[in-house]
Ligand binder design. Structure first.
Ligand code: MG
Length: 373
């Protein structure tokens, strides 16, 4: 790693871990956080959780695991170019989606609705709950005992009510200050990753077309460039070359705009970087083009009737499971039945949120299907 700038997060200015822990040999504290995340159970489950398409719909679509790897790749490149803490950016990226329910946003909305009387359900907070409490891997503590800065990066947004419950970690939402620059990078790297891979997956699924995308300023500009440079190519290669260029252009734009913001505000140290405005940003042009792309994806892909049909099934599965388990907790696997372990509805939510798409489908079948065999 190159020498870090003074406003980067580093071992020396970290707020540390919740429980005393040994100092790692041959690794930084943030490399250790990343390694703990990679070895967690919740991380392996991301392989079978949906981003937009349900896992069984096709082998080539993104899952939460491949999405998280793409976010990490983008965030690391940006962090390194700005001499910020690449290991921290990687750790946050790999952990940022750990708390997602099965079936993407449809699953989250359904579980949030089920949990309305019990404090709600929010995937960012669930990611934090996993790394702070639910993983059972270490003798001395629950969770992964990650550094403050990794945990802070996981909680991208949260309500003021929840922020008050989070203590030190929620302070920035109450004081309207910023998380570390590394956390800000991961947030925008997430957007770069999903906008681009949803275009790719959307085309692959046939739910959106190249003709529609060419109407958009961002895609239109880059595909025109690719056609001019490579007039002979078509098909998948044309799409991949265009998406590659879009990702690169957005990453370069983010690095250059952020570097300009940093030189304008000249934060002296980490505290100064946190107290000013958000410095990690796209240029206005790039921001506008991405907003147009997001609007297109929302109306044409995420609300496509075929996607909505799957989302409707997903909502039914999640709410059926929740209603069944809360009305008769004896149906839960024994480890989720333990008395004295908080609100029973929260235990049910933990169980459902941890399910992969296919496990939720199977569990629903086990509880509801009546057949002779
Ligand atoms: Mg994400």
């Amino acid at each position: 790693m190159p020498d870090l700038v003074p406003y980067a997060v580093a071992t020396g200015n970290s707020r540390g871990r919740r429980y005393p822990d040994s100092t790692p040999s041959h690794r930084s504290e943030f490399q250790r956080d990343r390694d703990r995340i990679v070895h967690s159970t919740a991380f392996r489950r991301l392989e079978y959780k949906t981003q937009v398409f349900v896992n069984h719909e096709g082998d080539l679509f993104r899952t939460r695991l491949t999405h998280s790897l793409e976010v990490a790749q983008i965030a690391r490149a940006i962090a390194r170019a700005l001499r910020l803490n690449e290991d921290l950016a990687e750790a946050i990226s790999l952990a940022h989606d750990l708390g997602h329910t099965p079936f993407g946003h449809a699953g989250q909305e359904a579980l949030n609705e089920c949990m309305r009387e019990h404090g709600g359900f929010e995937h960012n907070l669930q990611s934090l709950r996993i790394v702070d409490r639910l993983e059972e891997r270490y003798a001395a503590f629950d969770g992964l005992n990650l550094c403050f800065e990794t945990r802070e990066g996981i909680v991208k947004h949260c309500s003021l009510e929840k922020a008050r419950e989070l203590g030190e970690l929620g302070e920035r939402f109450l004081t309207r200050t910023q998380p570390s620059l590394e956390a800000q990078i991961c947030n925008l790297a997430d957007e770069i990753a999903y906008n681009n891979h949803d275009v790719d997956d959307g085309l692959r699924s046939g739910l959106i077309t190249l003709e529609q995308l060419e109407e958009l300023s961002l895609f239109g500009r880059h595909i025109a460039d690719v056609r001019r440079l490579h007039p002979a190519i078509g098909g998948r290669r044309l799409i991949h070359e265009t998406i590659r260029q879009m990702i690169n252009a957005q990453v370069c734009d983010l690095i250059e705009t952020t570097a300009a913001n940093i030189s304008q505000h000249a934060p002296r140290d980490l505290a100064a970087a946190r107290s000013g405005p958000a410095l990690v940003a796209f240029s206005d042009d790039s921001f506008r083009a991405q907003r147009q792309m997001k609007r297109f994806l929302r109306t044409q892909l995420y609300q496509h009737y075929q996607v909505l049909r799957m989302a409707s099934k997903a909502r039914r599965i999640v709410s059926d499971l929740f209603a069944t388990f809360t009305s008769d907790p004896r149906l839960l696997p024994p480890q989720y039945q333990l008395p004295g372990n908080g609100d029973p509805a929260r235990r049910v939510a933990d169980y459902i949120a941890g399910m992969t798409d296919r496990y939720a489908i199977k569990e629903h079948r086990r509880l509801f299907a009546v057949s002779e065999s």
